[in-house]
Write a protein that binds this ligand. Sequence first.
Ligand code: AMP
Length: 216
Amino acid sequence: MKKNIILMGPPGAGKGTLAKQLKEALHLVHISTGDMFRDAIKAKTELGNLAASYINRGDLVPDDVTIGLVKERLSQPDCEAGFLLDGFPRTLPQAEALEEIAKQISRPIEVVVNLDCDNEELVRRISGRRVCKNCGAPYHVVTMKPKAEGVCDLCGGPLYQRKDDNEEALKVRLEHYVAETKPLLDYYEKLGLLESFDSLVGKEQLFDEVKNFLNK
Ligand code: AMP
């Protein structure tokens, strides 16, 4: 089984949903830099205040801050079992730093799973996305409704719309994706690590396809 994994794809491609499914099925540690920043914002830490100023307008948090956070997390003993990086790396300096960190801690990246999705679908998914304030479980007002409106099926927490899930911030996030993150697909292709999947097949089929691939 492949275990040290990067999940890539534009905002709304389904990285978070897939990561949660794979985490359960394969017992991997899920490391989402977006979730780490949102936790820091909730806890009103110094990191949270800094991150909020970038995240709310759709911009990327500076590389040195993000790299430091991931380095610390990946060095923890639970990552020995294997990890899923969701939302990191997003820039070339982050990818280069990750290669260095992975070497230092002897946990090399084994595969990069890329999710393809067209722009129209990304906008539809992001504009209808709701997230549980407690556990981060994702929902959609049309395609992934909770059993009771506004309440998380898993933990009973309240659902909310992320501040950066609006048209204006999404436009900026997609621009960052195209300019800074998409070029990483070439970077990982050259390293022979890239495997792409069509996220339009739906979340259950996508999960099956990726799980089967990782289990090979
Ligand atoms: P996500 O939950 O992955 O969509 O991330 C939400 C936001 O957190 C992004 O739009 C960025 O502002 C910030 N963020 C998450 N991961 C990174 C990263 N690797 N580098 C810079 N900013 C990030």
